[in-house]
Ligand binder design. Structure first.
Ligand SMILES: C[S@@+](CC[C@H](N)C(=O)[O-])C[C@H]1O[C@@H](n2cnc3c(N)ncnc32)[C@H](O)[C@@H]1O
Length: 272
């Protein structure tokens, strides 16, 4: 059995808590088994190709490998030597492949397509969330690919500004707005006093509608305080609206706006 030295976890900002070896845990606050349970990630991933977007320490990627995935690719912005990813990779003798890159640039030509995509703790950090969701769809396998989503949501506290801010924390307000998709935009440190990296707090309806608009059937799975989980199954085609009913869908415009990947071009039907 591998012995893990006492200083093994030093020098890394551990966000995830995961059992590396029996009784030995990465010292983070985000419990991997609980997140996987809340989102309904299958216990058996035998034979699946898995993509972990925004992997940070990589514990979700290694957990998928442990669950039998045939191949796991982790895509994240960080240097994997600095986040502990490489450290764990060596310890576990893992076959997970790390690609340093962005959700905005996910490409089936470069990465292939995936049966299972993890999109945990990333959505609200994105300045261009719909672009990322379009790209996720682009790397979903055929008609079977699924995205498991875990994210901050705003419906328990819309963080209204001004003297009526308390209203945004009431059950009545939450119920009134619950069916309406809303993206609450945050200033730096508005959501979290130590973290300026949060751009949007969608409510659950907004998460579902955003994924539906990109060609997924997205179901709500779980809500705990300001975190929610969803499961989005890829549909055969993106909706007609994306393919032909917007300015961006015009065949010439697709290249200009970087949406060449959208698939078959139908005759555009928007007003010029
Ligand atoms: C809060 S951490 C979440 C880490 C992990 N998925 C989890 O749930 O514990 C946010 C992660 O999102 C990643 N991220 C932020 N913007 C991104 C982008 N445009 N493309 C890919 N990853 C991004 C960061 O690099 C970071 O790894």
């Amino acid at each position: 059995m591998t012995t893990i030295p006492a200083d093994y976890f030093d020098g890394v900002r551990w966000h995830q808590r995961w059992e590396v070896a029996p009784g030995v845990f990465t010292p983070g606050c985000n419990p991997v088994p609980r997140v996987c349970g809340n989102v309904g990630l299958p216990a058996d991933l035998t034979g699946k190709r898995v993509l972990d977007v925004g992997a940070w320490n990589g514990c979700f990627s290694f957990e998928c490998e442990r669950r039998g995935a045939a191949e796991v690719v982790a895509v994240s912005l960080e240097d994997p030597e600095e986040t502990g990813f490489e450290r764990l990779h060596r310890l576990l003798n893992s076959r997970v492949r790390y690609v340093r890159g962005s959700a905005y640039a996910l490409s089936p030509d470069e990465l292939g397509t995936f049966d299972v995509i993890l999109f945990f703790g990333v959505l609200y950090h994105l300045r261009y969330p719909l672009l990322a969701i379009d790209r996720l769809r682009g790397v979903c396998r055929g008609e079977v690919g699924e995205v498991f989503i875990e994210t901050h949501v705003c419906e328990r506290d819309y963080r209204l500004r001004g003297p009526l801010a308390w209203l945004g924390r009431t059950r009545l307000f939450s119920r009134l707005l619950g069916a309406t998709p809303l993206w609450r935009q945050y200033r730096a440190y508005e959501l979290h006093p130590q973290d300026a990296s949060n751009w949007f707090g969608p409510n659950s309806a907004a998460v579902r509608e955003a994924f539906a608009s990109a060609g997924f059937d997205c179901e709500f799975v779980h809500l705990l305080e300001d975190r929610a989980s969803f499961r989005a199954k890829v549909q055969p085609e993106p909706p007609e609206r994306v393919l032909s009913q917007t300015y961006e869908a015009y065949p010439d415009n697709r290249r200009l706006v970087g949406l060449e990947h959208l698939g078959a071009t139908a005759e555009p039907r928007c007003h010029r």
